[in-house]
Design a protein around this ligand. Structure first.
Ligand code: NAD
Length: 339
């Protein structure tokens, strides 16, 4: 810890999500401080001055990593730049919080895994929806066996995104996003499914659509089916094309003993043949999962605790998404071990 006993953090990429992460660092202010920000458009970094006070600015993140006095970096870059930034940070011995996706290909995943392990640093994947209190409770209920044998689980993230080619920017091109909606917003229901189901995914079938955002190179909507080793069937529905039907849950899990489901804020459970009960209610306002995630990142570093999702889970999520893309391309069910 380099400054006033606080963990010193440098942010790489000062766009939209960086502002949400900064809220988390301010909440963790007793133990952490953002001391540097790098962005190729330095003005974007400077706009955070008012909230952060004394911060160094860099145009080149590599210069920031080597010359600023940092314990950790927070990577908030477009997807195609994640791998190189992770490797540079790990080589300099910095701990890493990395926005999703971890990287874009299995080759990149190997490079990232070796870089992090070789440096002995902590990497936390910014899988913010795992910090919904309802997700933690649902996972515990599944693992405690409250649903009995699990048959099926569904995770969704569907909304109507109002954008054009210009405002969607790097997200519209495969080379910079890695695909389309599925590897962007669709990344969330993928890690959520893996987090909720207590088994390993083995087979994937996917259908991709471009319903409305015709200027995208990739899909604006994805339907993915996943078979797990224990026979559980997972389904993922995710998209930017339309508003979800009112009945669409954020996640649900169904087993021999009953079902649980959630809109993210409220968690309900209905035992088979019984009355439904509200298990948890976060109230009217959504928890700030970005801030919760950042606060936990700092706590993990202080307590030398493994983050909920490291590069290990990051690679598993990537494999699932790449299998879904392969399935849609080939028009066939893909076995993960053959990916
Ligand atoms: N968890 C979530 O819900 C969520 C939401 C939004 C974004 N994200 C993720 O956050 C990341 C960034 O997304 P965003 O919406 O903030 O994008 P953005 O386009 O708003 O910001 C990206 C920033 O990176 C900067 N940049 C580009 N190349 C750079 C380079 N070589 N060096 C330094 N800076 C560079 C850009 O100038 C820009 O300011 C992505 O991985 C995205 O998937 C996650």
């Amino acid at each position: 810890m380099t400054r006033n006993g606080k963990i010193s953090v440098g942010i790489i990429g000062a766009g939209n999500i960086a502002g949400h992460h900064i809220t988390g660092y301010l909440q963790a202010g007793e133990h952490a401080q953002v001391t540097a920000i790098a962005d190729v458009e330095v003005e974007r970094a400077r706009k955070h001055t008012e909230r952060l006070g004394d911060v160094e600015f860099f145009q080149d993140y590599r210069e920031m990593i080597t010359s600023a006095d940092l314990d950790a970096v927070d990577i908030c870059l477009p997807h195609h730049l994640h791998k190189d930034a992770i490797v540079a940070a790990a080589a300099a011995g910095k701990h890493i919080l990395c926005e999703k996706p971890l990287c874009l290909t299995l080759d990149e995943a190997d490079v990232v895994t070796r870089a992090v392990a070789g440096a002995g640093v902590t990497l936390m994947c910014a899988h913010n929806q795992l910090f919904l209190p309802t997700v933690a409770t649902a996972r515990e209920m599944v693992r405690r066996g409250e649903l009995g044998k699990v048959y099926a689980a569904r995770t969704t993230d569907v909304f109507a995104l109002d954008v054009n080619a210009e405002t969607l920017g790097w997200r519209a091109a495969r080379a910079t996003s890695g695909g389309g909606e599925l590897i962007d917003t669709g990344y969330h229901p993928n890690y959520l499914l893996l987090h909720l189901v207590d088994s390993a995914p083995v087979k994937v079938a996917a259908m991709l659509s471009r319903h409305r955002l015709s200027f995208m190179e990739g899909e604006d909507t994805a339907h993915v089916l996943v078979e797990f080793a224990d026979g559980t069937i997972g389904s993922i529905v995710t998209g930017w094309a339309y508003e979800p039907p009112g009945s669409m849950e954020r996640f649900s899990v169904t087993g021999e003993g009953g079902s649980l489901w959630s809109n993210g804020r409220q968690l309900l459970f209905k035992p088979r043949g019984g009355e439904q009960v509200v298990v948890q209610d976060a109230g009217p306002s959504a928890p700030d999962t970005y801030a919760l995630e950042v606060v936990d990142f700092i706590a993990c570093l202080r307590e030398k605790r493994r983050p909920l999702n490291t590069e290990v889970e990051g690679v598993n999520v990537l494999r699932l998404i790449l299998a879904a893309y392969a399935s849609a391309d080939r028009g066939e069910i893909v076995e993960l071990e053959n990916l």
